[in-house]
Ligand binder design. Structure first.
Ligand code: SF4
Length: 469
């Protein structure tokens, strides 16, 4: 039997889709080329913006038509909607699209094997009520592994490792706490076991994942508590025994990033010298209305502390413009903060009202045209900063993790720096999965072109060099 996934939204959705696909592969299913030929189609959805939901609605309409067509050819297939939109809209999705067989909310993934059993027995859908799948939610449980299958079945060299689920912050514009629930921190032993298994599979880089990783806190109920800095220390020790050489973590919330976490990061070169630290806005008035619980001054102090502890560390961020009540002066404060920090890159978007969030009923909504115009200014400034920062690095030597052959040029390899920048270098696929030193020679768009350094050192030599440089 075959499956086909469409995954929308954040890295957490990518990790969860990878975990579901792993369950299927372990049961002998294989990936189909597309939805037209699959026995099972799953849409793992996002609700963070209206546009994300509209895109899925469009896809569901297409699958509704496909189901009718394939039924006419005597080919049944099962359609599952999972993720945040499934959690938010529940059974109303089946009422709107009767092609949908199961609506699987964010906490209901543990029911997935039950669905597969029904399908593998050749029974048709509808035998399990949506209420069972979403209403009476089984308690959220983490999957043991989130290793994504690479293109053509190749094993990738990096993987996400979710460490927590949900969020307690209730930023006033955000739907996440309503669709993913309150924070659940994963057992550190399970996290270390996943890291150990990933190392055995040849993974070189991992990303610890959570909506707000800094508030990670696992209480074993016997007086033992593991907070985020302690978890980072455990990850250092676990990776010392494996080929994993790079650890990233995201997303970080400025109000919870502690001096202890910064110190652990600074003490161990296994932590990439890049951090995604979501600022969202540069005006204290708007930050307060967003319920972010820090000020621009506190954010800038944190940036200074990071740069003192790790000179040369780069930062990326999220920026939201057009929040209700935002003035021209507020936007100027955001542009000014961007000038002060010089982010390496940023995810930028304009406010999208989400029903059920605290900001939804706020007065002072800003018109689409003004929102787009303000977003365009923020994007233009960030583009300028990104280009400036990337150009400064031409001529420097960098360690990159080779991911494989470039899709655009078979004589080139594609790799990434610890700042997640793309680098294209001439070479053969034998280097895939290895860390090499390259000299950055030019920039095309946001991708560097580089050459391997003649005396590039082995992995151990490299990281010994990094630790002592
Ligand atoms: S920290 Fe705020 S923006 Fe991020 S997921 Fe939680 S509520 Fe949403």
């Amino acid at each position: 039997m075959t499956y086909f996934f469409e995954t929308y939204g954040c890295q957490m959705n990518s990790a969860e889709s990878a975990a579901l696909a792993l369950v299927l592969r372990e049961r002998g299913w294989s990936a189909a080329e597309n939805g037209e030929s699959a026995d099972l189609v799953l849409l793992n959805t996002c609700s963070v913006r209206q546009t994300a939901e509209q895109r899925v609605m469009g896809r569901l309409a297409q699958y509704q038509a496909l189901k009718k067509k394939r039924r006419g050819l005597g080919q049944a297939f099962t359609l599952i909607v999972a993720g945040c939109m499934a959690e938010r809209l529940g059974d109303s999705l089946r009422e709107k699209f009767n092609a949908v067989d199961y609506v699987m909310g964010t906490a209901a993934r543990s029911v997935f094997p039950v669905i597969l059993e029904i399908l593998e027995k050749g029974q048709t859908s509808g035998l399990m009520s949506t209420a069972l799948l979403t209403g009476e939610k089984p308690r959220f449980s983490f999957s043991a592994s989130h290793l994504e299958e690479g293109p053509a079945g190749q094993t990738p060299f990096s993987s996400f490792v979710p460490i927590m689920h949900g969020c307690n912050n209730y930023c006033s514009y955000c739907i996440v706490p309503y669709v993913r629930g309150r924070e659940i921190s994963r057992n550190p032993a399970a996290i270390m076991e996943e890291i150990r298994l990933l190392g055995e599979r040849g993974i070189r880089a991992i990303t610890l994942l959570g909506q707000n990783v800094n508030s990670y806190r696992f209480d074993d109920g016997a007086g033992g508590v593991t907070d985020f800095p302690a978890l980072l220390e455990l990850a250092v020790r676990e990776t010392e025994k494996s080929p994993i050489r790079w650890i990233r973590f995201l997303s970080s919330h400025p109000k919870d990033l502690s001096p202890q976490a910064i110190r652990v990061m600074a003490d161990h070169p296994v932590f990439c010298r890049h951090l995604h630290l979501c600022v969202q806005h540069g005006s204290n008035v708007v930050l307060a209305a967003m319920n972010r619980r820090y000020t621009r001054e506190q954010y800038l102090e944190l940036v200074d502390a990071l740069r003192q502890a790790m000179p040369g560390i780069t930062l990326s961020t999220d920026i939201l413009v057009g929040f209700p009540g935002e003035t021209e002066e507020d936007l100027e404060r955001t542009l000014d903060l961007m000038e002060r920090v010089k982010f390496h890159y940023a995810y930028m978007y304009h406010y999208s009202p989400r029903e059920g969030t605290a900001a939804y009923d706020l007065p002072g909504r800003i018109g689409e045209e003004v929102k787009r115009e303000r977003l365009a200014r923020v994007i233009a400034l960030q583009k300028k900063h990104t280009q400036e920062l990337l150009k400064q690095r031409i001529g420097s030597r960098e360690t990159i993790l080779i991911e494989g052959i470039s899709r655009k040029n078979a004589d080139e390899l594609i790799g990434r720096t610890e700042r997640d920048e793309m680098v294209a270098v001439p070479g053969t696929s034998t280097a895939a999965g290895s860390f090499v030193q390259v000299s950055l020679s030019s920039l095309r768009g946001n991708t560097f072109r580089g050459v391997m350094c003649s005396n590039h050192r082995t992995k151990e030599e490299l990281f010994y060099a990094l630790a002592t440089d």
